[in-house]
Design a protein around this ligand. Structure first.
Ligand SMILES: [Zn+2]
Length: 109
């Protein structure tokens, strides 16, 4: 099959690689824009603690998004799920960590 693989329905698809980055290293991600461009690579950046990102960080995220990258969010406080679940439920985690991040993203900084 070489560099090709069969996808759903048997159609040939080019192989791919999914690049994801996490947390709050926005300055470094922004600094790698030329490298992403050089390889025509697109990535998804999942930020944590979105309420702690300063305006310049949001501007850098917007620049990454305008380059074609995807910006997502994975938690509000970056609580460790395994520790969290010793004291709360998974539903508590969703309510405290995920939904506020989702709302903040929809509303914007
Ligand atoms: Zn993380």
């Amino acid at each position: 099959m070489g560099d090709k693989q069969f996808g759903a329905g048997g159609a040939r698809q080019a192989s791919g690689l999914c690049l994801t980055f996490g947390d709050w290293f926005v300055r470094g991600w922004h600094g790698a824009r030329d490298l992403f461009r050089q390889y025509d690579a697109k990535a998804t950046f999942f930020i944590a603690k979105p309420d702690k990102i300063p305006n310049r960080g949001w501007n850098r995220l917007r620049a990454l998004q305008s380059d074609g990258h995807e910006i997502g969010c994975h938690t509000m406080t970056h609580a460790r799920l395994t520790k969290f679940l010793t004291e709360g439920t998974f539903e508590d985690y969703i309510v405290q960590e995920i939904l506020p991040a989702h709302d903040l993203f929809l509303r914007g900084p």
